[in-house]
Design a protein around this ligand. Sequence first.
Ligand code: ADP
Ligand code: MG
Length: 467
Amino acid sequence: MTLRFGHSLRARLLAWLLIATMVMGVVALLDTWFDAVKTAQTVSDRVLVGSALAIAERVVVGENGALEVDIPYVALEMLTSAAQDRVFYRVDGPPGSFITGYQTLPVVTLQGGQASAFADDSFRGEPIRVVTLQRSASTGIRSVPFLVTVAETTIARQQLSQTILLRSALRLLLMIVGAGAGVWIAVSVSLHPLNRLGQAIAQRSPDDLSPIEEAAPSEVEGLVTTVNSFMVRLEGALNALRQFAGNTSHQLRTPLAVVRTQLALAQRARSLDEALDSVRKGDQSVARAERILMQMLTLARLDATATRGQQRNGAMDLTLKAQEVTADHVPTATEAGIDLGFEGESEVLVHAEPLLIEELLRNLIENAIAYAGPGAIVTVRSLRDATVARLEVEDDGPGIPPERRGAMFSRFTRGDWPKASGTGLGLPIVEEIAALYGASVTLGDGEAGKGLKVIVTFRLADPATAG
Ligand SMILES: Nc1ncnc2c1ncn2[C@@H]1O[C@H](COP(=O)(O)OP(=O)(O)O)[C@@H](O)[C@H]1O
Ligand SMILES: [Mg+2]
């Protein structure tokens, strides 16, 4: 099994738990060790001093005035019985006079006034614990001081402290394993609702975008809410797409049907002229279908851009662009008997994408040429005042009745006398492009209440940021 700390919550929790308990465990064990050594020391020292006292009891002043001792071996066996420890002793009389026992055994030096003292030392190459007692034996007339020293090797006390340590280490290990298992189980159980949630989503059909209803732990409620609101938006986008696709096929059906009819007519034509006439009509229909597709594509691209929010573009000159697009349309306008002109001198800076502004202008100018009628005057203007920039396309044709103007911004909506080439997507495209830059589009009356004047109002670009 490999632990992937980056991905598994369970492994991560477990790792943290183990690290934390391990650190605490080491601290606890160290503390236990010192404690165990101290406990073993205290217990064994008490026995050690006991046997020294038992020996001291037996020290008497002999008839010749010298000290005599009758070693009580039972007292020493008390010590050896515990482990393989060995016991040594010595008895010394007044300074310098060794009485009995191991003469090379180290004696603990008693500091002034002390009656007994312990020390760790070594004897014959083995570590030992030594106690030295000071007592005196009295004859009634005088008292003779003497020292009793008892030592034992430290095997028993080491074993005792090791046993204490081992037991607490085992207890700790058991606790860690128990806590680990607890976390493992707790996480598995807690993750259960998430798995259920995942399964529920996995089992859905691709077009089921209804909100997730499964109960979720409070920690992931935020995630579920986000997913739900995302699905709502997705559903909206999908519906718009479906409607759009439906509209597109509906719009394309008409020109394609015309093409078919014209082809059939051409097949049955009795003269070349008749056939050529059908071909020309069919060709016009194909052109119409092509235009519908182009506008659809433009709208689809605009929709995609719009979902990314307001655009940040460098500054561009509206005057220059409007002049350019107007000039491009002069030939078509002339052909339609329309006087197309431009007004505007100074630079008008706005933040926008030049190609899209061109598309916007083209739609407005083409509308004016198409609907104003022969003999009309169409004027394109770029203006600015203190805070806003304005782009205007004005004609003196029939215009659009005020109550119908709002509706023209809906996709596929057209006027009462639609020209064959229209799709009803021009004004919606204009409005969407404007919206990308926070600009607004209004339809108003032309000069003298005649015709149509389309006004696109932009925020002025700060000249300092002009690119
Ligand atoms: N300059 C105009 N003068 C009169 N009517 C207009 C003008 N511009 C647009 N319209 C009306 O608005 C409708 C919608 O225009 P538009 O969205 O560009 O679609 P389309 O031009 O494909 O019909 C047109 O069908 C037309 O009736
Ligand atoms: Mg149009």
